[in-house]
Design a protein around this ligand. Sequence first.
Ligand code: GLP
Length: 244
Amino acid sequence: MYKIFDTVEAVSRYTAQRVLDKIKSNPTAVLGLATGSTMEPVYEQLLQYLQQAPVDLSQLTSFNLDEYIGLSAAHAQSYNYFMHQHLFSHLSMPECNIHLPDGLANNCENACEAYSEAIKAAGGLDLQLLGVGTNGHIGFNEPQTCFDSRTHVVELSEQTRLDNGRFFDDQAEVPTHAITMGIQDILEAKEIILVATGAHKAQIIADLYHSEMDEALPASALKQHPNLTIVLDKAAASLLPENA
Ligand code: GLP
């Protein structure tokens, strides 16, 4: 279940190759995608692979994990903007196959319900990419989120707002709420790859390794998944036992 590599580059090559293999073996695949610094080199690597050997992406579908409430797609810190900047604007994937939660929805509750339904209607997620927050969140499912949750509105924890504040000019600009796919939506993906890199992730990765399934640590829900890979660099794996 654990794949540990010396460098971020090696982590990114492995993860991007897994995504590429999925797309090649199933051109109609439904991908669950994540944002965050961890994913930037993964997407960069995936784009390199696709430039070297183009693949038909016309039938590919994607659903992103989460989005801030109150930020438009044009806002430089929105996840919609991130995904277009780092991936979609460089791909020949039809825009109508790209899905992100709508941070400006008039009725967020309806938008959330529709998002989970749209994932199901697309046939479910074939491969879900995940990062992890330093408090163990996946997507924006903060500690104490029910493991049977569907797409929902969350109030972001102070820890998450502080962590993500590095992308904003001013900490006060970090939104207080977001929409996230629920833990149950994530668990229904046929395959899950969680990626963590850097020494700042070492403690939460060690906590995850030692934890039982516990809603205080959202990523621990993944322990019940039959096809989970946790991809780490040496720094993120530095507090794991030798035999992990
Ligand atoms: C954010 C996102 C998560 C992401 C996590 C880790 O809050 N909502 O989906 O996995 O933080 O981000 P990073 O990769 O920048 O450490």
